[in-house]
Design a binder for this molecule. Structure first.
Ligand SMILES: [Mn+2]
Length: 292
């Protein structure tokens, strides 16, 4: 399988600037199911993408897009999942740009740890409905609800689109200077700009939990929350990030295209359309990296 069905000269590892890493992993989902199929559903829909992006006047494929084999990690413990992803990321050459497709949000812990080897200091921008700041969840400190709590131990964090958290998380965030939260109901592009300006790190990793989108845009996710961000708002946030910082990698997580009906797992036409939107988001990320 190839991203966008690209011919060999634009999809071999050696010549490709961009590397897409699909990860299948889901543990202890809070509400819905099906995240483990998310990555490959996005890959499948990429064959319908245009080669050209008119918004950024960019030929998406030109610098090469290599599709890694899917990492199937459902049977791994959280600790071993993190180690395997970290080692995989460390094995990717530093001049390539990583775009990982999710799995549940805990995969981001492994992705960020993997990038730490080649990047001394970087901040993490998180687009998400949830702050993911629980210290542990369902008995694990590596659960998807604890991701940002783990990452803030070594990185500055910017959260955008947040609209669901518990009281303890709110207090932890308020008392930690390394975290800046822009709630969904107070979101403005100027707030994002000011926050990026105040970061000490020049490098930035971006993690996109698809529930950061409003559910009218993306509904196939474990815990959809009303009042989210819309397509163009997220593109504007990404534009700012790429213009103001050196973005070193991104992930798109928590897409859950499957639902169960009469005991059988199915993928709805709605899920297919959302998978296409997320594949297009990958195109936009590629264009922004090429342009900046
Ligand atoms: Mn979330």
């Amino acid at each position: 399988m190839k991203w966008m069905n690209l011919p060999e000269e634009y999809s071999n590892l050696e010549k490709s600037k961009f590397v897409i890493l699909p990860i299948s992993y889901e543990k202890d989902l809070t509400f819905g199911v099906g995240t483990s199929k998310g990555a490959m559903e996005i890959v499948k829909s990429s064959e319908h993408l245009e080669y050209y992006d008119e918004e950024f006047d960019c030929e998406v494929f030109e610098q090469g897009i290599y599709l890694e084999n899917e990492m199937k990690l459902n049977s791994e413990s959280p600790e071993s999942m993190v180690t395997k992803i970290k080692e995989k990321v460390e094995s990717i050459e530093g001049d390539k740009f990583l775009i990982s497709l999710g799995g549940d949000h805990s995969v981001t812990i492994g992705l960020v740890k993997g990038l730490e080897k080649q990047n001394e200091k970087f901040a993490v921008l998180q687009i998400d409905a949830h702050s993911d700041f629980r210290d542990s969840w369902n008995g694990s400190r590596l659960n998807h609800a604890c991701v940002m709590k783990r990452l803030v131990e070594s990185h500055e964090i910017v959260q955008v689109g947040i609209r669901s958290q518990d009281k303890d998380e709110k207090e932890v965030i308020a008392n930690n200077k390394s975290i800046k939260t822009i709630y969904a109901w107070e979101h403005s592009i100027n707030k994002v700009k000011k926050t990026l300006l105040n970061l000490k790190s020049d490098k930035l990793y971006i993690t996109i939990d698809v529930d950061g989108f409003d559910p009218s845009m993306i509904s196939c996710t474990g815990t959809p929350e009303p009042g989210g961000l819309f397509w163009q708002q997220i593109i504007e946030i990404l534009k700012l990030c790429f213009e103001m910082k050196t973005v070193i990698g991104t992930d798109i997580v928590e897409f859950a295209p499957e639902y169960v009906i009469d005991g059988k797992k199915q993928i709805s036409s709605r899920a297919r359309s959302e998978a296409y939107s997320l594949a297009k988001l990958v195109s936009k990320i590629i264009c922004l990296k090429v342009k900046n």
